[in-house]
Ligand binder design. Structure first.
Ligand SMILES: Cc1cc2nc3c(=O)[nH]c(=O)nc-3n(C[C@H](O)[C@H](O)[C@H](O)COP(=O)(O)OP(=O)(O)OC[C@H]3O[C@@H](n4cnc5c(N)ncnc54)[C@H](O)[C@@H]3O)c2cc1C
Ligand code: SF4
Length: 431
């Protein structure tokens, strides 16, 4: 009787706990496996850069990594952490920090896809004297880290001045690393020039989805001091950068892209479509998105062609053509389709949207079915004219009315140019 009572008190709750634990485990596994299948079907199995590598032999299935990941890139399959959605990983390592058993390492690239990482010293100087790299181009993808690196790079740059140049430093890029470096350069009284290819401040954040919640940590900016941030919307973050630029009066040459960088006679020569400048030091804070890939067709130089959707409402009642097949193209087309009176055509050169998230593909399909978006697969832009675009659709000539063309065809990193001027670059395959 006594034994029975002990069983009832201890064993029954234990059995219930085990049943609940197993059920939860099965549910998690099912959900994670379903997502992994979708990700594989979409061909989105490669992470962009730094990402977690989970050792199943050490993983104890604590679930803390999955809970810590704000991008939902990690799931739990059979009580082990599994990297189910590699393409959305932003490499900030919250998963590794949360793992209680040390089963997660952060690595660059995979066996199949190498990632080029330039070599930098702790001062952020490359193997070329006077040429510095800060922020995500160096491999670390985080706003707070980019800010810190930009600031530290300037602390080293201000110690070296080269006579006979237009500037002490040319900073390329106005994302977090470039903004912080520009603030630092101005504070240090350096002759600086900051070039930004986009028409706005903020870097990659300009391309985050609308209202994305950005996770960051308090950071210290030159001239500003401690900025206490933890979570902030994309829009509020951009506004913060704009306010800082206004308050401090930093100067940024917007819509001016560095095309060529040369190192001659101990100084650097930066060429842009608007001019040529010399400097004793150059700080590359260009991130990893690269320069928008162009279509290279006649008419592309027209003002109606852009490479990022800024404010969909400005295209109300207009004919919009979106070119591309990745998430940014699909999201741009979907946002435009919400605007009253806007007609939207989405053109992609391939047969499928292989590079887009399943959810976006489903939304496009629904928008096509209800007539909000016209989808042209296997199509290519041939020529852009004032009020129309000439296309090749599946081998047939086609003409569509268009007041605006938004090209979302990815970007190209200037790694070949960096190699050419002698920067040591290492291709990492999962290390
Ligand atoms: C979807 C997504 C979500 C993210 N979420 C977070 C998050 O929640 N928290 C977080 O900390 N980080 C997040 N990140 C990472 C974060 O955005 C980056 O780590 C950070 O922006 C890197 O800053 P950066 O200054 O090095 O580069 P970037 O922000 O990429 O800025 C580089 C700038 O250089 C310019 N540029 C490039 N080439 C040239 C050229 N040739 N000439 C002139 N200008 C040029 C670009 O236009 C750009 O403005 C996220 C990234 C993505 C993609
Ligand atoms: S590095 Fe960040 S985004 Fe990538 S899986 Fe870990 S927590 Fe998620």
């Amino acid at each position: 009787m006594h034994e029975l009572l002990v069983y009832a008190i201890y064993l029954v709750p234990l059995i219930i706990l085990i049943i609940v634990y197993r059920r939860k485990g099965r549910k998690r596994t099912k959900a994670a496996q379903a997502e992994w299948q979708e990700v594989k079907a979409a061909g989105l199995t490669e992470p962009p850069s730094l990402h977690p590598l989970i050792d199943p032999a050490i993983c104890i299935g604590a679930v803390s990594c999955a809970k810590a990941c704000p991008e939902n890139a990690i799931g739990i399959i059979d009580h082990k952490g599994f990297f189910i959605n590699p393409s959305v990983c932003i490499g900030h390592g919250a998963c590794a920090a949360a793992c209680p058993s040390g089963a997660i390492r952060l690595v660059f690239g995979t066996e199949r896809r190498g990632v080029d990482i330039p070599f930098v010293y702790p001062s952020f100087e490359t193997n070329i004297e006077g040429l510095f790299i800060a922020g995500e181009l160096g491999g670390m993808g985080l706003i707070r880290k980019a800010v810190e690196q930009g600031k530290q790079a300037i602390a080293h740059i201000k110690k070296r001045r080269v006579a006979g140049t237009d500037y002490d430093v040319i900073i390329i890029g106005a994302g977090p690393a470039g903004i912080s470096a520009t603030l630092g350069a101005q504070e240090a009284g350096l002759r600086y020039l900051t070039l930004e290819q986009e028409d706005a401040i903020g870097g990659t954040a300009l391309h985050y989805p609308r209202q994305k919640i950005v996770m960051t940590a308090p950071m210290t900016l030159p001239q500003i001091g401690l900025v206490k941030l933890t979570e902030i919307s994309k829009e509020a973050l951009i506004e913060l950068w704009e306010d800082i630029a206004k308050k401090t009066g930093i100067k940024i040459n917007f819509s001016e892209r560095m095309d060529v960088l040369r190192h001659e006679d101990g100084k650097f020569v930066v060429s842009t479509p608007k001019g040529q400048y010399t400097a004793g030091s150059v700080l590359l804070a260009i991130g990893r998105r690269g320069t928008p890939r162009k279509l290279d067709v006649p008419g592309e130089e027209m003002a109606k062609v852009c490479y990022r959707l800024v404010e969909p409402s400005q295209y109300q009642g207009k004919h919009a053509l979106v070119v591309g097949g990745g998430d940014s193209a699909l999201e741009a087309a979907l946002s435009l389709a919400e605007e009253p009176g806007t007609t939207v055509t989405l053109a992609h050169r391939s047969e499928v949207f292989a590079g887009a998230k399943p959810k976006n593909r489903e939304r496009i399909k629904a928008a096509e079915q209800n007539g909000r978006i016209k989808v042209l697969m296997k199509s290519k832009v041939l020529q852009i004219e004032k009020e129309r675009v000439l296309m090749d659709h599946n081998g047939h000539p086609m003409e569509i009315p268009s007041d605006v063309v938004i090209v979302c065809a990815g970007g190209t990193l200037p790694i070949p140019m960096l190699k050419e001027i002698g920067i040591r670059v290492e291709t990492r395959y999962g290390t």
